[in-house]
Design a protein. Structure first.
Length: 597
C-alpha cells in the first residue's frame, strides 16, 4: 500500500540560497592520494571524472541551529511486514524502515532535521538512506525536492534532472505484500550525445551500539581516514565493530557478493543486497574520539554509523555512462536475523527473488505515471528533457528558470537589475552559444564569464567579467573577477561595498585581506547583522591573532562562538583556541577533530 503521510519533527530551515556561484572549486575535493602506490585500474578511476565546481547549482548555506517543530510531507509504503517512510521534499530520503514483527526501527532516525556542512552544496542532514548521484560527495539533490508519483497501484517513483552531469535519475520503491524486503530500483539515463562520468552511492545510516557489527563477504578493504591516506587492510574483527574505531574512517570492502549488513550480537539488524551493477560496499564510522562524538551531537540523534553501496569499489572513482544510454539496478533492504548473515540475507531476499524484482522494475519503467505527489525543479522542463517513465511538466518552471526562458523565447537576457544578484545559472555549450548571440550587456558577459570560469578557461572568463563591469558595475562580476585573479582582496572589498548585506561575500573579502589589521578594519565596517554571523566571528578571532591581539582573540573564543556551517573535517576552532589560549584545555564544544584529541 502506498499513501501520503505527515511527519511532525523539529527542523532547522535551509534558509535562502547563497547568491554567489561556487567558483572557488569543490568544497569536498578528493584526497590527493599517492596514485603510484595504487593499482593502475583504481588510480585511473580516481583520475577520471573529477569536476571543477558545483556550478550551476547555488550553495545551500542559509541555515542556522534553531530547529522548530514542523510538519514534513511523507510518502509511506507498507505491507504486512514492513513500513517504509520517504521524504520527497528532502532528496527523496528513505527516512524510516520499521520491522512490524518486532516493532524495530532498522535505520538511524534522528528527532531533528539539522542541516550541516557536509555536502557538495553544503547542506546535509543525518539519518535514513540517502541517494547520491553525480560526483564524489553528498549529492546536490540531497536537500532538494524530487518529483514523486504513483506508478500502478502501489509503486512510488521519484526523479529529477541532475544538472552537473546532465542526466535523469529515477528511484522506484515497492513493497509487495508479505515481502520481507523493500525493493529500490534505480535508473540513470544519459540523454546526451557524449559519454559522461557517473557516480552513485546509496548511504544507509544505522544506530551504533557497542555490539553492532558491519559484515560483508570480504577479507580485505581499502581504508581511508581524515588524514588523507588510502591503503589496503585486512578486515579484522575490530574493523567490523564500528564502536571500536578510535577515529573516523571509511572501509571500502572488496566484496565477493554485493551485500552488506549491520547486526547486533544476536545477528539481528538490517541487510542490504543488490544486483551486480552496484558492486561497491562501504562502512563509515565516526570513531570514539571526542571530535567524532561531537560531530554526532552536532548532527543530532546520537551515535550512528553507515553501510553504503555504490557503482565503483571506492568513492573516489567514477564509471563511464555511454551516450544515449541508461544504467539500472535493484537494491533490497530488510531485517536479517541469524548467526549466518549471508544465509539471513538470502532469506530476506534470495538471488531468485532479486532477479524477479529486476523484471518487475523493467516492466514498471514502461508504465504511465499516476497521481503526482510532489514536484521537483523546473530545470528538466527548461532543458526540454524527454525520457520514458518520468515527466518534467511545464508547471514546475519558476522564478529560477524565468530569465533563461526569456533567452530561449526572445533571444535576450534581462540586464535591468545589476544590484540584485542573479537567481540562477546555466552551464554548457548550448547556453554559451545562446548568450553569445544575445545583445551584449552586463548580464550576458557575466554569465558567459561564469560558464568559462567553471570550465577552467580563466583568460576568457576574465575578459567577460571586465566587459560586464564596463557595461555596468555589479558586485557579482567584481567578485568573480577577483576570484579569477587569485582572490584579489581590493576587488573583493569593492564587491562587498556594492552588496554589503551578503554575508557570504563578507566572508570571502575578510578571508582574503592581506593582514590581520586589514581584516579587522573590514570586519569593523560590516553591518551588525552580517558581523554577527558565526563564520565572521570566527574570522575576527583569526584576524585578531594575526594582528598580535591575542587577548582579544581569547576573549572572543571564551565568550562562545557557534559556526552553523562548520565544514566536515575543519579544524579551525581547535587551532585558533591553541593560538589564543595556549595551555588551556580545548572546550568540548570546540572539539571537531576527526582523529586524535
Amino acid at each position: 500500500m502506498l499513501r501520503r503521510g505527515r511527519l511532525d519533527i523539529a527542523v532547522s530551515p535551509l534558509g535562502e540560497l547563497n547568491p554567489l556561484p561556487p567558483l572557488g572549486g569543490l568544497p569536498d575535493a578528493p584526497y590527493e592520494f599517492d596514485l603510484a602506490e595504487l593499482s593502475e585500474d583504481i588510480a585511473e578511476g580516481i583520475r577520471y571524472g573529477r569536476v571543477r565546481t558545483m556550478v550551476p547549482y547555488l550553495t545551500q548555506d542559509g541555515y542556522g541551529r534553531t530547529p522548530q517543530m514542523s510538519t514534513v510531507d511523507t510518502l509511506v509504503l507498507e505491507n504486512s511486514r514492513l513500513c517504509a517512510t520517504f521524504l520527497p521534499q528532502w532528496g527523496g530520503r528513505l527516512w524510516s524502515l520499521v520491522d512490524k514483527a518486532t516493532h524495530a526501527e532498522l535505520l538511524h532516525v534522528p528527532d531533528v532535521l539539522q542541516p550541516a556542512n557536509l555536502a557538495l552544496r553544503n547542506a546535509w542532514f543525518a539519518g535514513g538512506v540517502e541517494w547520491n548521484i553525480g560526483t564524489r560527495g553528498h549529492s546536490p539533490t540531497t536537500c532538494a525536492p524530487l518529483f514523486a508519483a504513483r506508478v500502478g497501484e502501489d509503486r512510488l517513483r521519484m526523479w529529477e534532472w541532475e544538472r552537473v552531469r546532465g542526466v535523469v535519475f529515477s528511484i522506484d520503491a515497492w513493497l509487495p505484500e508479505d515481502s520481507a524486503a523493500l525493493f529500490i530500483g534505480v535508473r540513470v539515463h544519459n540523454p546526451s550525445t557524449q559519454d559522461t562520468p557517473m557516480y552513485w552511492w546509496s548511504n544507509t545510516a544505522v544506530r551504533e551500539t557497542p555490539d553492532l557489527r558491519v559484515l560483508a563477504p570480504a577479507t580485505t578493504a581499502f581504508r581511508t581516514s581524515y588524514e588523507g591516506d588510502l591503503s589496503r587492510v585486512d578486515v579484522t574483527e575490530d574493523v567490523t565493530f564500528p564502536a571500536r574505531s578510535p577515529e573516523a574512517a571509511d572501509y571500502f570492502y572488496e566484496v565477493e557478493r554485493p551485500w552488506i549488513a549491520a547486526v547486533d550480537a544476536r545477528g539481528r539488524g538490517l541487510g542490504q543486497v543488490s544486483t551486480p551493477e552496484l558492486k561497491g560496499r562501504k562502512q563509515f564510522c565516526w570513531g570514539s574520539s571526542a571530535g567524532g562524538r561531537r560531530w554526532q551531537e552536532w548532527l543530532g540523534g546520537g551515535p550512528y554509523c553507515e553501510i553504503q553501496a555504490g557503482l565503483a569499489r571506492t568513492q573516489y572513482e567514477h564509471v563511464p555512462l555511454a551516450a544515449a544510454s541508461s544504467i539500472r539496478w535493484v537494491e533490497a533492504y530488510g531485517p536479517v536475523d541469524g548467526e549466518d548473515t549471508e544465509r539471513a540475507i538470502d532469506a530476506m531476499c534470495s538471488p531468485r527473488r532479486l532477479d524477479e524484482a529486476v523484471r518487475e522494475f523493467d516492466e514498471a519503467l514502461t508504465e504511465q505515471l499516476g497521481e503526482l505527489f510532489a514536484t521537483g525543479s523546473g530545470w528538466g522542463a527548461l532543458e526540454d528533457v524527454h525520457v520514458s517513465g518520468v515527466a518534467f511538466p511545464a508547471e514546475a518552471l519558476g522564478a529560477e528558470q524565468r530569465p533563461w526562458l526569456e533567452l530561449l523565447r526572445h533571444g535576450c537576457l534581462d540586464a535591468s537589475h545589476p544590484a540584485i544578484a542573479p537567481e540562477s545559472y546555466v552551464l554548457g555549450s548550448a547556453w554559451e552559444r545562446r548568450l553569445a548571440a544575445a545583445p551584449a550587456n552586463w548580464a550576458t558577459h557575466y554569465h558567459l564569464g561564469v560558464i568559462a570560469h567553471a570550465d577552467g578557461r580563466l583568460g576568457q572568463a576574465r575578459w567577460h567579467y571586465e566587459r560586464s563591469l564596463e557595461h555596468s558595475s555589479s558586485a557579482w562580476a567584481r567578485r568573480a573577477l577577483a576570484l579569477v585573479n587569485g582572490g584579489d582582496p581590493e576587488q573583493l572589498a569593492r564587491a562587498l561595498a556594492e552588496a554589503p548585506g551578503v554575508w557570504q561575500l563578507a566572508v570571502e573579502a575578510v578571508a582574503a585581506a592581506r593582514t590581520g589589521a586589514d581584516a579587522l578594519a573590514l570586519l569593523d565596517s560590516l553591518r551588525p547583522e552580517v558581523a554577527a554571523r558565526g563564520r565572521l566571528r570566527l574570522l575576527r578571532v583569526r584576524a585578531a591573532l594575526d594582528a598580535g591581539r591575542r587577548e582579544d582573540a581569547a576573549a572572543l573564543l571564551r565568550s562562545g562562538i557557534e559556526v552553523p556551517d562548520l565544514r566536515e573535517g575543519e579544524v579551525s576552532l581547535d587551532r585558533l583556541w591553541a593560538g589564543a589560549c595556549p595551555g588551556e584545555p580545548l572546550p568540548i564544544d570546540y572539539d571537531f577533530r576527526m582523529h586524535g584529541g
